[in-house]
Design a protein around this ligand. Structure first.
Ligand code: SF4
Length: 208
């Protein structure tokens, strides 16, 4: 049986972990949210802090009904679907079930695979190694560009040119060089004030 058969068109998904925490990054920073982390990513960012998610075969195909049941059993009102790269999978069933329970759904994606599912908020985080598909930019409510060196500011601007006029723009330091690059990000945001700064506040709060 192939991996696609195992996942039954999105009725099952390779679940790495799911947990209730506080959103640490971007526009929804500080809000309680239930995270659903799916396995599988073919983008290959050198600095990825979730390399354990890359191989989806390591994670059990889990029934959407099981995932949703756990999410609705806690007090969360918002769900973050993340990975890995969650758009590797058809997400219509998952998001349909979560919406049926009145939950808000936020997506974290590199935009490198076709869109599926219905979301209340899409955070597009483009990656140089596998840039977003053209269709991804129109979905973005928030563009979050990871800055590891000064060359990434130009990459950020290239992506900002492609999102809608209402899309929020964030620069976020790559964690391993955060101390070194932060002064340059601060300077860039001050001289290009359509950008805001996002930090990985959950790492300072010492929560997942
Ligand atoms: S897209 Fe995300 S999960 Fe995939 S390699 Fe890059 S940082 Fe890691």
């Amino acid at each position: 049986m192939t991996n696609a058969d195992l996942l039954a068109g999105g009725a099952r998904l390779p679940l790495v972990e799911d947990f209730y925490t506080i959103q640490g990054e971007g526009f929804h920073t500080g809000k309680p949210a239930y995270f659903i982390r799916l396995g599988g990513c073919d983008v290959g960012c050198a600095w990825c802090d979730a390399k354990n998610t890359w191989n989806p075969r390591l994670y059990p195909p889990t029934e959407v009904s099981t995932i949703v049941g756990r999410a609705v059993a806690c007090a969360a009102q918002s769900i973050v679907i993340t990975g890995g790269e969650p758009l590797l999978y058809p997400l219509d069933l998952l998001t349909g079930e979560l919406h049926r329970h009145g939950l808000k759904i936020f997506l974290e994606t590199s935009g490198s695979h076709p869109f599926s599912g219905e979301f209340d908020w899409v955070c597009l985080s483009p990656k140089r190694k596998q840039p977003p598909l053209d269709e991804a930019f129109a979905h973005a409510d928030e563009l979050k560009v990871i800055i590891g060196d000064v060359g990434d500011f130009e990459w950020a601007e290239q992506n900002a040119e492609r999102v809608g006029s209402k899309c929020l723009l964030y620069l976020q330091p790559e964690w391993s060089v955060s101390d070194e690059i932060m002064p340059q990000i601060v300077g860039y945001a001050k001289s290009h004030p359509r950008w805001s700064i996002s930090i990985q506040s959950h790492k300072y709060m010492r929560i997942p």
